[in-house]
Write a protein that binds this ligand. Structure first.
Ligand code: ADP
Ligand code: MG
Length: 260
């Protein structure tokens, strides 16, 4: 039985305002899910809560990962257990290359599994890194860049996907936070997900861009509105979104239409 991320009746507030109002969602290893919804529906709030951002207060519900309630765990502890959140390290770290950072992250993960672990050797790490970069069709020079220092939107995404490839998490949550996300970045994320998805990886892609569905074919699509998942279905939901956008869902659930 593979690992699962189970979100149960999750309620969360930001600065005292309730944003998530009872989210239920289970993502298992081997599954690709897309969480869609208009701006302001609470998607990034969910990603922040999953990551353990202290600015977000969980007022009810549970987050179970691999059978364990992780609500009290720090972000790095969640990560070491195999839950990957793409925007966990958005800051520039001068003097630390992407390769250094990835090696440190792998070692932290290995020590979580075995406290005696001596860490991955440099040749072994280099082999792993080169193998993954080749598979993802990335230029090997990219790993020598300083972390996020002057990275373009597309390069940040590429770094996230590479991080996901070498860390080999059980479940990955990718939030497309950047409202200016360009089509290049969207393609990088989509092709990374398509290449890395498999029996050992579960993915939750969070976005309001319906166009992502031109590039990723999730088995499960969920629509979030006003802090709840109002609709879940298979690929047929993508066609419905393509044809008529979010508006019918707003109408069906009696919500005020603030955008298309
Ligand atoms: P989405 O990602 O679906 O666009 P968000 O989760 O970013 O939605 O936002 C949902 C609601 O929560 C919005 O009304 C937003 O203003 C509010 N919100 C989110 N984060 C914060 C924050 N850090 N401080 C105050 N309000 C926030
Ligand atoms: Mg968002």
């Amino acid at each position: 039985m593979g690992a699962a991320l189970e979100i149960r009746n999750l309620h969360a507030s930001v600065e005292g305002s309730p944003i998530l109002k009872g989210v239920n969602l289970t993502v298992r290893q081997g599954e690709v899910h897309a969480l869609m919804g208009p701006n302001g529906s609470g998607k990034s709030t969910l990603a922040n809560v999953l990551m353990g951002n202290p600015a977000y207060e969980v007022t009810a519900g549970q987050i179970i990962f691999d059978g364990e309630d992780i609500l009290e765990l720090e972000p790095d502890e969640r990560s070491r257990k195999g839950l990957f959140l793409a925007f966990q390290y958005p800051v520039a770290i001068p003097g630390v290359t992407l390769a250094n950072f990835l090696r440190a992250a792998i070692n932290a993960r290995r020590r979580e599994e075995n406290p005696e672990d001596k860490g991955i050797s440099i040749p072994e790490f280099r082999r792993l890194l080169m193998e993954k970069m080749k598979y993802l069709e990335m230029n090997p020079d990219f790993a020598g860049r300083y972390l996020n220092d002057g990275f373009s939107g597309g390069e940040k995404k590429r770094a996230e996907i590479l991080q996901m490839a070498v860390l080999q998490p059980k479940i990955a949550v990718l939030d497309e936070t950047d409202s200016g996300l360009d089509i290049d970045a969207l393609r990088i994320v989509a092709s990374g997900v398509n290449r890395l998805a498999g029996p050992d990886l579960g993915v939750l892609v969070i976005t309001h861009y319906k166009r992502i569905l031109d590039y990723i074919k999730p088995q499960h699509i969920h629509i979030m509105m006003d802090g709840r998942i109002v609709e879940s279905g298979g690929p047929e939901l993508a066609d419905q979104l393509e044809d008529s956008g979010y508006k019918p869902f707003f109408e069906k659930y009696g919500l005020v239409v603030t955008e298309e």
